[in-house]
Design a protein around this ligand. Structure first.
Ligand SMILES: [Zn+2]
Length: 50
């Protein structure tokens, strides 16, 4: 399932995110870019329609 506000790097939503590994290495939750949010919303809509 796609979370538009998921981590910029791995897509995990903020409340479920601890310190995750890979790419780009060990990181904490990072806000996605506006473009990523838009792309994910479109992808989620496409997913729902299929
Ligand atoms: Zn992450």
């Amino acid at each position: 399932m796609i979370n538009p506000n998921g981590c910029r790097w791995c897509g995990i939503e903020q409340r479920g995110h601890a310190i995750q590994y890979g790419p780009p290495g060990r990181h904490t939750w990072t806000q996605p870019t506006q473009q990523q949010i838009k792309d994910r919303m479109l992808a989620r809509r496409a997913e729902r329609e299929t």
